[in-house]
Design a protein around this ligand. Structure first.
Ligand code: SAM
Ligand code: FES
Length: 351
């Protein structure tokens, strides 16, 4: 049995060596002693500030379609949810979101959506090229799910820089339990490899507390991330959606998510790590706590207000009523209270 004070030594070891044994990771992740947590998060902040100082990067999230051909068991916009009110944004509407965002200081736009066949390669290339042309100083991030390598290559050639594709879980069996039979763990992993080979800055990640997830699965996630070395890690708590088979499941733990943010920061000091909207949904101070645990990115919504409440991946999502200008004003105030500062920057990985 390792004594509590050894946890402090383990944290120092993680900070200097960026790695621990599985058992040592488990010790840290299971410990909810407040004094220890405050030590762990202080170490993570120290590491973050070595690379990013007090800067917090913002990404303007444009949720441009909630149509999806997939049926992920956990997701509120899955194909078979007949109660979801579906929408798509036109190229003009997407560009208008970018205009608003640019004026508010955003220098990264994230186009996220379900896997919607309407957005063929040609349509996506047109949209990405138009944004690239109009905003040469901005980063373009796509988060539109699994496609074939040639398709990713076309999007990259059109000017997209980054791609977010959470691996969801690094355990194949667990993946199988969260997704219908027609979705493939191997294909998702192949997509991540393809994106990396093409030259995208890539983000993977997982939900914390997804149904059936064990601590051993989380260790597998850490080992996968270690091998894959993404530029970004998107990690937020699972939250049930009332129209899914997981309606009555428990939401993920905010505290475990925060400990994991700190662990990820210590393992990968230069990683771009968002404090997610899901974290802010489960805890009114969740995003601030995320920044204090080692996160350095926020992704406020730039989607038009009239579609915001239709992109409901989970219940009670925050910030669905405010205009983008109001959201960023509120976030700037919240962030300044943590001692950090939202900056106007593309926010590429440090070092
Ligand atoms: N279709 C794209 C994809 O598959 O990557 C992007 C959209 S998808 C809705 C974005 C992410 O939302 C997923 O990777 C998943 O981790 C997260 N998500 C979906 N349902 C969720 C839920 N109930 N709670 C928390 N996060 C959820
Ligand atoms: Fe496709 Fe959620 S099932 S975005």
């Amino acid at each position: 049995m390792i004594l509590d004070h050894d946890l402090y030594k383990l944290t120092d070891k993680l900070a200097s060596e960026r790695d621990l044994t599985d058992e040592e990771f488990l010790r840290i992740l299971f410990c909810d002693d407040p004094e220890f947590i405050s030590y762990l998060s202080a170490k993570a902040r120290e590491k973050k500030e070595e690379y990013y100082g007090k800067k917090v990067y913002i990404r303007g999230l444009i949720e441009f379609t909630n149509h999806c051909k997939n049926n992920c068991h956990y997701c509120g916009i899955r194909r078979d949810n007949k109660n979801a009110l579906r929408y798509r944004l036109s190229e003009e509407e997407i560009l208008s979101c970018c205009d608003t965002g640019y004026g508010l200081g955003f220098r990264t736009f994230v186009l996220q959506g379900g896997e919607d066949g309407y957005y063929t390669d040609d349509r996506m290339v047109d949209i990405v090229s138009a944004i690239r042309k109009k905003y040469p100083d901005c980063a373009i991030t796509l988060s539109i799910g699994e496609r074939e390598k040639e398709s990713y290559q076309k999007l990259f050639d059109a000017g997209a820089d980054r791609y977010l594709l959470r691996h969801e879980t690094a355990d194949k069996e667990h993946y199988g339990s969260l997704h219908p039979i027609d979705m493939s763990f191997d294909h998702r992993m192949q997509c991540l490899k393809d994106l990396r080979e093409i030259g995208f800055q890539v983000g993977c990640g997982m939900m914390i507390g997804s149904p059936g997830q064990t601590m051993e699965h989380i260790i597998k996630d850490l080992r996968f991330i270690q091998k894959f070395r993404p530029e970004m890690v998107g990690m937020g708590p699972f939250i049930p959606h009332h129209d899914t088979m997981y309606a009555n499941e428990k939401a993920g733990s905010v505290e475990l998510t925060l400990r994991l943010l700190s662990v990820i920061r210590l393992m990968f000091p230069a990683v771009l790590l968002p404090a997610t909207t899901a974290l802010g949904t489960l805890d009114p101070m969740g995003r601030e706590k995320g920044l204090m645990a080692g996160a350095n990115v926020l992704m406020p919504n730039l989607s038009p207000v009239n579609v915001r409440d239709k992109y409901t991946l989970y219940d009670d999502k925050i910030c669905t009523g405010e205009e983008a200008a109001e959201c960023i004003r509120c976030l700037k105030m919240r962030v300044s209270k943590t001692g950090y500062e939202i900056v106007q920057d593309r926010g590429d990985p440090a070092g």
